[in-house]
Design a protein around this ligand. Structure first.
Ligand SMILES: [Fe+2]
Length: 465
């Protein structure tokens, strides 16, 4: 059977509104300059992605491949036919098409940083095409879920607004690309989020707070709500709890005229891979880690009462066990506190990730009441996470104060009630938490390529009532 389709035959199919998936396999720029109406751009980075994409296309669909001249579309059609697809290619390619070509009004793909910028614009419709259980587990706020299995039905597409820019989202950017094929059939343009939720979780943004002679740059891993801080004094910066990609911190610091001279982790994180080692290596900065967490990483080990100098300031180290046994918090000028996962804007650190919940909960009680809440009432507390739905406190920066923290539920309980209550709360653990702990301890190696997949899913280091 010939796989060729002539321009006249394709034109007739379109006129008769015969369901057909027209996949334009030319480079994105060429497609965007002008393509056949109803066609979608299908460009795969490699064979593996091609196979994944094919596995997501409904097998009963009639497919027509389009390229410049009918050469590579023929080869691809022959390959897809071997997989059992009803596939054809446009004979002589786009140059044989003598009808009007449509120009794209939006990019066919979008990266995480650009999506973050675009989210500020309300004219965006985020369409998450993963399965409902994946969507329920973790999603970009405001996204609407229509699973890929339903998106090929025009009924399902009725709820998609025509006056908004559509961005499709999945876990790795494959299903979201296939969704753009289905939408193109109905004349809906869409941009697929490159790398999906895995890459969304790697987007870092920075917000700066200046108070007197102190600069605090709060860096947020927006997909997970992880917070980290660059504290600047007199041109020098200390970074607390950096996340990947580490190179972003160098840029954020440079923008405020800071050179990173110290890097610290408050504790062994369970929900994200620490970038502290890489950042210290990259910048030549000194790395500080708790002496009480069993780290197998070359670093200066810190204990309660130590000081870490930078610029004209110094950080005072306080041992704040509870979330982990060796968690440290850092106090600057008795006005700013960096509390890791011990105390958050909306709750307290969970003490159950190391399997000794009652002992850790009792430690947490003492840490909170006798150490953190004993600091001056107006001291600002900067945590390492914020929970879902929590709004920034001031100008985009998340923090709480000692005074506000004293009003948190759970903190009015006696020690015995606190331990009993905290031990009874069961929250799912972060995905991959035990392997992430080992990586962060320095006992198993990690390649940067593995980080996005390891960090899939929400952060789950806090408990709140
Ligand atoms: Fe943590």
């Amino acid at each position: 059977m010939s796989l060729e389709t002539s321009a006249a035959e394709l034109s007739e199919l379109l006129q008769n509104k015969t369901p057909v998936l027209i996949l334009d396999i030319r480079a994105k720029e060429r497609y965007m300059q002008g393509h056949i109406t109803g066609s979608a751009n299908a460009v795969c980075q490699n064979m593996q992605q091609k196979q994944v994409i094919m596995s997501k296309i409904p097998p009963n669909m009639k497919i027509i491949l389009v390229d410049d001249d009918g050469t590579s579309s023929r080869e691809n059609a022959m390959m897809m036919a071997r997989f059992g697809f009803d596939v054809h290619f446009l004979k002589d390619g786009i140059k044989s098409w003598n009808k009007e070509l449509v120009k794209s009004t939006q990019d066919t793909s979008i990266d995480g940083d650009s999506l973050w910028e675009s989210l500020k614009d309300k004219k965006l419709f985020l369409l998450d095409v993963r399965e409902p259980d994946e969507f329920a587990e973790h999603r970009i706020p405001g996204a609407v879920n229509i699973p890929l299995s339903q998106i090929f039905s025009s009924d399902a597409q009725q709820s998609i607004p025509r006056d908004k820019k559509v961005v499709t989202v999945c876990s790795h950017g494959n299903r979201s690309m296939v969704a753009t094929f289905a939408l193109a059939q109905n004349g809906i343009e869409a941009s697929s989020l490159v790398g999906g939720m895995a890459m969304w979780n790697q987007v870092l943004i920075a917000t700066t707070l200046k108070e007197g002679d102190v600069t605090i740059i709060q860096v947020e891993k927006i997909g997970k709500g992880c917070l980290s801080h660059i504290i600047g004094s007199n041109g020098q910066g200390v970074v607390i709890d950096p996340t990947h990609p580490a190179s972003r911190y160098v840029k954020f610091a440079q923008k405020e005229g800071l050179e990173i001279s110290r890097v610290i982790d408050t504790h062994q994180h369970a929900d994200h891979v620490s970038a502290a080692r890489d950042l210290a290596r990259m910048t030549g900065a000194k790395l500080y880690l708790s002496k009480l967490e069993g780290y197998k990483i070359d670093s200066e080990k810190i204990v309660d009462g130590d000081t870490i100098p930078f610029g004209t300031k110094q950080l005072r180290v306080i041992h704040t066990p509870g979330h982990t046994a060796g968690s440290m918090s850092f106090v600057l000028d008795e006005r700013f506190v960096f509390s890791g996962d011990t105390l958050f804007v909306e709750g307290i650190g969970r003490p159950d990730l190391r399997d000794m919940v009652e002992e850790f909960a009792a430690n947490l009680y003492h840490t909170l009441h006798n150490k953190l809440l004993a600091l001056p009432e107006d001291a600002k507390i900067f945590p390492t996470h914020h929970g879902d739905g929590i709004r920034p406190t001031q100008n985009g920066v998340y923090y709480t104060t000692v005074k506000a923290a004293k009003t948190l539920p759970l903190l009015d309980l006696s020690e015995a009630d606190f331990v009993a209550k905290v031990a009874s709360i069961t929250t799912p653990r972060p995905m991959n938490y035990s392997v992430i702990i080992k990586i962060n301890r320095g006992t198993i190696p990690i390649s940067p390529m593995q980080i996005p997949d390891l960090e899939m899913g929400p952060n789950r280091c806090s408990i709140r009532m």
